[in-house]
Design a protein around this ligand. Structure first.
Ligand code: COI
Length: 363
């Protein structure tokens, strides 16, 4: 029989003593419990809730030595929902499976993934923050565990579901610096998958950009360094002549669940959406001549975050004339669905406590 959270004394005791801190910030407060399942002898074993804490990993494990790991970002919302709701969990599960497969790892079964989500969110339900823009941020994570110095795949893996009661990633509009030197991803690489290496490779540029007074690098394509791709943890959108323009999914850009949701919401509002190659030179010209009025970023953690300035490391900067007109409109429509205030025409939300409904969605 699968143990319920209350069968596990440590988990129950930790939750009894838990209190939400204030303010929350993003990803700073970690839930005192997590879920773990292991892949042994070619099969996913049943998982369970355990106290949050350090996991015992051999320093020669493939996740440490070769970055054989991937993760997801998703959220449980409890704003106007009676019970916490997940948003398009099947999209995160499908992307997690693609990321795992790309790094030669077995994706968790739908049973394990659904069990992790429903057990963890149900156990932590009382502590999910309920202000608009707040949520329980969820981090499914998959790690290769075998120790080897030879470049080969592990055969043992561990799936963890971590959680963090959070605010949105950014509170204010952000400033982006065009990254002219490094690349985030090349064709045939892992840019379209959510693997840790993509983020590790972005950190040096992020440091340079913060030193230069910006918040996030804006990545260009690796082959020509002339086409806009995305930010380090968010997709990129521009309002040009009242249309919504975003880089087409080229295989090097993360196919964001929020990106896709915004495209569909914009469509339903009769906003023309153009997915295309966006040369950085054309974008800067469009800002100068006034046809581009607004830039914003989007992602699960960030939701929708306006961009107030774009510039270069050498100090050139341009302010956007409108920081957030269309972004505000689209963010409201998205949050109204996620937070249960609006009709959900595409059935994007599902109660996290509905274990069998969730499993059916993932299967
Ligand atoms: C997310 O938006 O969920 C992400 O994973 C981006 C970043 C915080 C790593």
């Amino acid at each position: 029989m699968t143990p319920t959270p209350t069968d596990q004394p440590n988990v129950t005791a930790l939750l009894r003593e838990y209190a939400l801190p204030s303010p929350l910030g993003f990803g700073q407060e970690l839930a005192p419990i997590m879920y773990r399942a292991d892949y042994v002898n070619g099969t996913w074993q049943a998982g369970q809730l355990i106290p949050f804490g350090e996991v015992n990993i051999n320093p020669a494990a493939t996740c440490v030595q070769f970055g054989q790991q991937c993760f997801e970002g998703m959220k449980a919302y409890k704003v106007a929902h009676k019970r916490p709701a997940l948003f398009r969990p099947e999209a995160n599960f499908a992307r997690f499976a693609r990321s795992a497969t790309r790094l030669s790892m077995p994706p968790p079964s739908p049973e394990v993934f659904a069990d992790a989500l429903s057990q963890l969110v149900t156990a932590f339900e009382a502590f999910i923050p309920s202000g608009s823009g707040q949520s329980l941020y969820l981090r499914p994570t998959l790690l290769g565990l075998d120790n080897t110095f030879a470049v080969k795949s592990s055969e043992r893996f561990c799936f963890l579901l971590l959680a963090s009661p959070s605010d949105a990633y950014y509170g204010d509009p952000i400033k982006v610096m065009i990254e002219r030197t490094h690349s985030r991803a090349a064709k045939g690489g892992t840019g379209a998958e959510k693997v840790g290496g993509n983020y590790a490779g972005s950190l040096l540029a992020t440091g340079r950009c913060i030193d230069a007074g910006f918040d996030q690098p804006l990545w260009l394509d690796a082959a020509t360094h002339s086409e806009v791709e995305e930010l380090s943890g968010m997709n990129f959108m521009a309002v040009i002549n009242d249309e919504l323009h975003t880089p087409a999914l080229s295989g090097t850009i993360l196919p964001g669940v929020t990106r896709d949701s915004i495209i569909r919401i914009a469509d339903s509002m009769d906003i023309r959406v153009v997915e295309r190659t966006i040369p950085i030179a054309d974008l800067l010209t469009d800002i100068i001549n006034g046809s581009c009025s607004e830039l914003f970023s989007c992602g699960t953690a960030a939701i929708i975050c306006p961009i107030s300035e774009i510039g270069d490391e050498d100090g050139a900067r341009m302010a956007l004339p409108e920081t957030g007109k269309m972004a505000t409109h689209l963010k409201k429509a998205l949050l109204d669905i996620q937070e249960g205030r609006a009709v959900d025409p595409l059935d994007w939300t599902i109660a996290a406590t509905d274990a069998s409904g969730l499993l059916a969605r993932l299967s």
